[in-house]
Each structure stands twice: as C-alpha cells, then as structure tokens.
Write a protein that binds this ligand. Structure first.
Ligand code: UD1
Length: 366
C-alpha cells in the first residue's frame, strides 16, 4: 500500500513526522510531498533536520499569495504528482490551505483521503482554518481525531461513524519524543539569558491580530504591560515581524523579539516558561501536554479539551483579564490540568493500525 503524505506549513511537520515513521515501520510506503507553502529555512527546512523526517520526494514550491492563489497553485501542482504516483491514500494534516487543496485534488481523482487532526471546530467561519477543516473532513474517508469534541462535531455533521477514528494527538507524539533533548538545550538561558519559570513566552501570528495596525498595536501594548512584571520572549512569525516593521512598531517593543525558532528550542522555551500567551492552535495543545499555563489571545478555540481538562484559558485581547491571569499564575493559583486521553505518544501507532486494517480489507483497491 502506498500512502502519499503531504505537508506544507510549520505546524504540519510535527503532526506528520511520527506518522510517516510509523507507517514505514509497518511496511507501508509513505512518500512525503511538501507543497512549499512555508519556505523560509526557519519555517521549514530546520524541522526536517530536527525531526528526522525523510526528505520530500517533491517540493511543489507554491510559496505565499492570497488564499485563492496559494490554494490554486497547490491544486494544479499536486494533481500532477498524484496522477504520477498513483497513491492508495492521500494523507493530509491540520487545517492550512495546503491541507484542503491536497484533499480536494485527491478526492477529485477518486483517491481516498485520510485527515490527521480531524473534527476540530471553532464554529467561527471567519477563520480560514475553519473553512479548511470543514471542507477537508467532508472530503475524507478516514478521519483521525485528537479529542472527543471531534467525534461529536463530525457525527453532528452527518459523517458516518465508521470513518471516524479517535487515535489521539500525533503532534504530542513528537513532543514526547523530543522533550528531554529540548529541555537539555537550555534555550531560555542560551537565547535570551533568562531563568526557568521566570519569563513569559508569546507567539502571535493570526491575521486578525497582526494585519491591522490597531490590533497589532493593541497586542503589543498588552505584551508591554505583561513585560512590566515579567520578561516576555516573543519569537515572531515572518508575517508578524514584517507587520511590526511595516507599521513602525519596532521602537515600541519592550520585549525580547527574536526570529522564529527551530522546534527543539521552541519546545524547550515553552516547557520552562512560567506562562505562554498565544493565538496559535498547536501551542494550546502543547502547553496542555506540558502542564504549562496558557492564555489564548482569541475569543474561541477549536480545541476545547485544553480548557476543560488542560491549562488553557481564553482571554481574547482583554488586557485586564490577561494581567489578572498572569498574576494568578505567579501566585500559584492556576489549575494543574490533566493530559487528555490518548495524548500519550502512541497516536501515530494507533493511526497506522487503522490504516493497516483498512488496507487489509481491500478498501484501497478503489
Ligand atoms: C499558515 C496557516 C495557519 C497556521 C500558520 C502556521 C493557512 C490559511 N494558514 O498561516 O493556519 O497557523 O501557517 O505558521 O494556511 N511567510 C514567510 N516565510 C514563510 C512562510 C510565510 O515570510 O516561510 C510570510 C509571507 O509574508 C506570507 C505570510 O508569512 O505572505 C503568511 O504565510 P501563509 O502561508 O499565507 O500563512 P501563515 O500566516 O503562515
């Protein structure tokens, strides 16, 4: 059986790396295709070096653009690859433009699609990721779910339950595999000269927070207020960095603004942060797995288990709520949280078992 695995952006790599390895160890062919949606060394290449992922057999080099341009470039380029490689299944991960584009190509070629990290819903269709999630799930034959809310969401959208498999979180497989070596790098000391548990870590890149000068100024003001009581480390996504420069905010930053970090350095910084402030999806899950308090600078989350069981709290861009939460963290008044079921480092193994069974039952001879 040949499972064509696809990646395109930074968060895809840690979700797909353990899956590729697990499939290969079951004797399933798992060639990797990179759409090239992310292309900076720090956003792409460095993850291949660190995660021990096989090199992609092809990089489609689609790069940046509007949503339509980016999606369309993946459609055209990936169709050709899919025709040439004749996979039995195309595997996509997460909720980015590359995810939905690869899924659509495969579905139109009558090739079954498997979706890693299926079923998450923010119920906010103004987020491009929400549109990508819904479309991808409805194109998929095998839906691999990370948390129980995903089962409910998919069932309520009428997706047959025999397609849905709660396997856990493959991104947390990568975290568990790398946590020791990440912490051993002591990146808080090496990169920013700080003490463990004595700093806050911030990541902000969502268009609604960074593309509009007023919103970005508001975010920076809030982080500046936090920085009055605790050093704030801010590894900036290229999009955020460009906006900070475009809007002339560089001088206003009382923060440790640094370039995007490789996986291990970022994981180490996150593990030893006192608190994390983020608008990312994956970071909400990683802090829950690590038991590190997380303030999510959004009004909603597609990952409710991180709030119900983990260490996450939704604070939006409410400065009072954020400062109060930071004080609570430093007063030791924060839920310890528990790690959700099946975020145990074995999700990729379970996913491969499902695929083996699916292949064995002749499903792939479509
Ligand atoms: C994408 C995903 C988002 C995910 C994020 C993780 C979509 C719709 N969004 O957002 O869900 O959380 O990746 O990082 O797919 N850029 C570079 N170098 C790069 C990549 C991007 O400089 O290697 C800059 C470019 O200016 C580009 C901008 O970042 O225009 C946005 O990149 P894009 O891939 O469109 O979306 P992200 O914001 O990265």
């Amino acid at each position: 059986m040949r499972v064509l695995c696809t990646v395109g952006t930074r968060p895809n790599f840690m979700k797909m790396a353990p899956v590729v390895r697990s499939l290969e160890s079951c004797g399933i062919e798992a060639p990797l295709v990179h759409t090239g949606q992310h292309y900076d060394h720090a956003m792409s290449e460095v993850f291949f070096e660190e995660l021990g992922m096989p090199r992609p057999v092809q990089n489609l080099g689609v790069g940046s653009g509007t949503h339509a341009q980016q999606t369309a470039r993946v459609l055209v380029a990936f169709e050709q690859v899919c025709i040439e490689m004749e996979p039995d299944l195309v595997l996509v991960a997460g909720d980015v433009n590359s995810t939905v584009a690869c899924a659509l190509v495969a579905a139109k070629l009558h090739c079954p699609v498997g979706h890693v990290e299926s079923g998450l819903r923010s119920f906010d269709r103004s987020m491009p990721e929400e549109v990508n999630r819904i479309v991808t799930d409805h194109l998929s034959s095998l839906l691999f779910v990370t948390e129980e809310s995903g089962l409910r969401n998919l069932e309520s959208e009428g997706i047959p339950s025999d397609r849905i498999h709660l396997v856990g979180n493959t991104m947390i497989d990568t975290l568990r595999e790398n946590i020791e070596s990440a912490v051993a790098r002591r990146s808080w000391e090496a990169l920013v000269g700080l003490q463990p548990k004595k700093y806050a870590l911030a990541t902000v890149h969502r268009p609604e927070n960074v593309d509009d000068p007023q919103s970005l100024e508001h975010v920076i003001k809030i982080l500046g207020e936090v920085a009055r009581s605790v050093p704030v480390v801010f590894p900036a996504h290229p999009r955020t960095r460009d906006r900070i420069i475009d809007f002339g905010f560089e001088q206003k930053l009382p923060l440790h603004l640094i370039d995007p970090l490789p996986y291990l350095d970022f994981l180490g910084l996150m593990a030893e942060a006192a608190v994390v402030l983020t608008d990312s999806g994956g970071v909400q899950e990683e802090t829950t797995a690590l038991g590190v308090p997380c303030l999510t600078l959004r009004e909603n989350t597609e990952r409710p288990v991180t709030i119900e069981q983990g260490t996450n709290r939704l604070v939006g861009l409410n400065q009072d709520a954020i400062l109060q939460s930071v004080s609570q963290v430093f007063a030791g008044d924060w839920p310890k949280g528990q790690v959700p079921d099946l975020w145990d480092g074995k999700a990729s193994f379970r996913l491969s078992e499902v695929l083996k069974k699916w292949g064995g039952s002749g499903n792939h001879e479509h």
